[in-house]
Design a protein around this ligand. Structure first.
Ligand SMILES: C[S@@+](CC[C@H](N)C(=O)[O-])C[C@H]1O[C@@H](n2cnc3c(N)ncnc32)[C@H](O)[C@@H]1O
Length: 284
């Protein structure tokens, strides 16, 4: 092991095992050599500004912050169920502070963040700078109890490989996924929940609420339905909805992929959102 500017930053030698307990007890950063392909670099580089605003400065919409609180509870519940403590966060982002979805439980868990973007190398938490693929090729000194993919699974070129690789790191443990679904039913439920909430806030009488709904239906719903139709057509021909992701999961095919690669222990669709949480036991 060679140390750079401070003892907390460790440059990892080829073939060297990553020492989970040294990482955790000394809150180190282990910097892995990386050999990523051009397409992955292109997609990842396109997202860096957004990551800096989001993870670097906690600038998320309130609805996403609420989902983070819920995901924190999901992580805690599965750790308790497994009598475990160590969490590997695959694609933890670029923030120096613990991500919001573990910040409140950080003192009760042993958290290691993993992310390939070389920004903020010295963090408040144990951090491995590298891709999942690089970490697995080095190997961990011991398995972690849970691997978490918080809105990161769709950033992997090959989902099956990502699940199989993280499966190697958890031993008999679980993988927890927070994934956005792109089914029109899920996406439109975000709008539906907002529209009905707004109508009830703005008007007290049932007649006024109905008139508001009618106005929404005439003025806004056509735009929404045409937009959803366009997205469905893009997804049906295997196209991309933006330049930031490799995948746009829809519920049915996402569950099929999971079933082919292990067992879904729990699937939760968050109300009024297109996010789902999944607890997954990978095939050994
Ligand atoms: C949308 S961000 C999610 C960040 C954080 N989990 C959150 O929810 O705020 C996706 C993250 O996945 C990371 N990522 C992409 N490919 C990866 C790979 N092969 N191995 C590990 N992390 C990866 C990206 O660098 C990025 O920080």
């Amino acid at each position: 092991m060679s140390t750079e500017s401070t003892p907390r930053l460790v440059s990892v030698m080829p073939g060297q095992l990553v020492d989970v307990d040294a990482l955790l007890t000394q809150r180190q950063t282990w910097d892995l050599p990386m050999e990523a392909g051009a397409e992955w670099r292109q997609v990842n580089d396109a997202s860096i500004d957004e990551y800096l605003a989001h993870h670097g400065a906690d600038q998320y919409p309130d609805s996403v912050k609420d989902q983070m609180v819920l995901f924190s509870g999901f992580i805690a519940k599965h750790l308790i169920a497994m009598n475990g403590r160590t969490v590997l966060d695959v694609g933890c982002g670029v923030g120096m502070q613990y991500p919001l979805y573990v910040r409140d439980i950080a003192a009760s868990i042993s958290y290691v963040g993993l992310d390939p973007i070389k920004i903020n190398l010295e963090r408040d938490y144990a951090f491995v700078c590298g891709r999942l693929e690089d970490l697995v090729s080095h190997g961990l000194s011991r398995p972690v109890d849970i691997a978490v993919f918080a809105t990161s699974l769709d950033h992997f070129e090959n989902v099956k490989t990502a699940l199989a690789l993280s499966g190697k790191l958890v031993g008999g443990g679980r993988i927890l996924l927070w994934v956005g679904l792109h089914d029109s039913a899920a996406v439109s439920s975000i709008v539906g929940a907002k529209v009905f909430a707004r109508l009830c806030q703005l008007a007290k009488s049932p007649i006024l609420r109905l008139l508001g709904l009618l106005a929404y239906t005439m003025l806004q719903a056509p735009k929404l339905f045409f937009k959803l139709h366009k997205r469905e057509a893009i997804l049906a021909r295997g196209g991309r909805l933006d330049k930031f992701h490799f995948h746009y999961f829809v519920r049915e095919t996402f569950l099929q992929i999971l079933a082919q690669n292990g067992k879904v222990e729990e699937f939760v669709l968050l109300p009024g959102s297109n996010s789902c949480f999944v607890a997954f036991s990978p095939k050994c």
